[in-house]
Design a protein. Structure first.
Length: 98
């Protein structure tokens, strides 16, 4: 079973900014980062949707689900992030141009 690190403070008493990603498998890190890539194409809208997807995937990565269920759920979040971005941008385009 995967060892989950303490998400508290480091030995110096300061909060650890990398605590959310420590101990995750490489594929969990890749799937967690994929939604935030919307920032590069979508600006503020893509960044907001991507950040929500990133934090949702980080939360899913810490859940005690089996690997196949966790993989499918995280892929679903990535897909929902990109589809949600396309939906929001499409609606904004129609409101501004329509």
């Amino acid at each position: 079973m995967q060892q989950i690190p303490d998400l508290g403070k480091n030995p110096l008493g300061k909060p650890d900014p990398w605590a959310r990603v420590r101990g995750l498998a490489w594929w969990q890190l890749v799937l967690s980062i994929m939604p935030i890539l919307l920032l590069s194409v979508g600006g503020a809208i893509g960044g907001a949707i991507g950040a929500a997807g990133l934090f949702a995937n980080l939360a899913l990565a810490r859940k005690p689900f089996g690997t196949p269920v966790k993989l499918l759920a995280m892929l679903g979040v990535v897909l929902a992030s990109y589809l949600g971005y396309l939906l929001v941008v499409g609606l904004a385009y129609n409101l501004l141009k329509g």
